[in-house]
Design a protein around this ligand. Structure first.
Ligand SMILES: [Zn+2]
Ligand SMILES: [Zn+2]
Length: 328
């Protein structure tokens, strides 16, 4: 086995598992370090072990791969990390409209996310880093977003398209945390609530209706903000008049996101049912913060299928031309 392939597969499995972003990063770092070493250093165990960026466990993985075996740690992880869930819907998904890079709180550069999305067979992948107000996530200023847009699009080619986007914060009054003109330059705008999740239901309803009525919004991200499992603990769903919010989504051509992250499972089943009844479109997104999390779409696909969402109403089953014509 190639040492680099082994290190990257381990990183990707750790990311999918969402155990520790630092551990996954160490394996990505070791892969980059190893790749850059001259062949004579790669082949010399003591010089290899001394290389900055190669630690005890990454060194062991490299040595076992060089010896022609599948590294033990990789064997272990392949057995532990939950395999992708099969569903009739998953193969029909052609892309993903919500993911982060190290421009905000993702762990890897644009190019690494692009490569992983291509490897998954996506036709398109949107990059939607956070907006300025989300400082904990290093949200992008208008200036940095302007700088990012051409770099995102430059990752396209050979039948794969990287879409320039944003996950823009819905501010307390329902306005959006980015300049309108700049939102107009993007391919995809996901709008999400990240603050004051416990707001009074009437105010929250007005806030969300105002946001989805903005002409540049395409997708309403993780609408309740709930957390049902995982490292960050649990968080109850925010409360709002779901029928009113989803009716506004349907009227304004905004897709309701089915967020695939296992700790979110957002919207909850009862809200998917209301969105279906209101005539909404849906977008099954990964909300990946690392390349190995792009594959989490299988969770969203299973939930959509179980909830009886028809594929025709899921915009991420559409081809790129149709998607972009709709998003405009
Ligand atoms: Zn978010
Ligand atoms: Zn996100």
């Amino acid at each position: 086995m190639e040492p680099v392939a082994a290190l990257l597969e381990i990183a990707s499995l750790l990311e999918r598992e969402r155990a520790s972003r630092y551990r996954a990063k160490a394996f990505r770092q070791a892969a980059a370090t190893f790749q850059a070493l001259p062949p004579e250093v790669q082949a010399d165990p003591s010089r290899l072990r001394a290389a900055r960026g190669i630690g005890e466990s990454t060194f062991a993985v490299i040595r076992q791969a060089q010896a022609g075996t599948v590294p033990e740690y990789l064997v272990e992880l392949r057995g532990e990390v939950e395999p992708e869930i099969a569903s009739a819907l998953r193969p029909r998904l052609r892309g993903d409209l919500h993911a982060h890079t190290d421009w905000s709180d993702g762990t890897t550069p644009l190019s690494v996310m692009a490569e992983a999305a291509r490897a998954l067979g996506h036709e398109y992948q949107a990059v939607t880093d956070h907006s300025p107000r989300l400082r904990v996530a290093r949200g992008l200023s208008a200036e940095r977003l302007r700088e990012q847009i051409p770099l995102v699009r430059a990752e396209s080619g050979d039948g794969f398209t990287m879409l320039a986007g944003i996950e823009v914060d819905i501010l307390d009054d329902g306005s959006l945390d980015q300049e309108d003109a700049l939102l107009g330059d993007l391919d995809i705008v996901v709008a999400s609530v990240h603050s004051k999740l416990r707001m009074d239901p009437r105010a929250m309803t007005a806030r969300m209706v105002a946001a989805v009525s903005h002409p540049r919004v395409n997708v309403l991200g993780h609408c309740t903000g709930r957390l049902v499992q995982g490292e960050r603990g649990t968080r109850p769903r925010s409360e709002f008049d779901a029928a009113a919010v989803f009716a506004a989504c349907a009227e304004n051509g905004v897709a309701v996101e089915i967020n695939s992250r296992p700790e979110r499972q957002d919207p909850p089943d009862d809200l998917i049912e209301i969105a279906l009844a209101e005539g909404c479109l849906f977008s099954i997104d990964s909300d990946a913060h690392a390349p190995g999390q792009l594959s989490l779409l299988d969770h969203g696909a299973r939930r959509a299928e179980e909830a009886g969402v028809p594929a025709s109403r899921i915009i991420t089953t559409w081809g790129l031309d149709r998607l972009l014509a709709w998003a405009e």
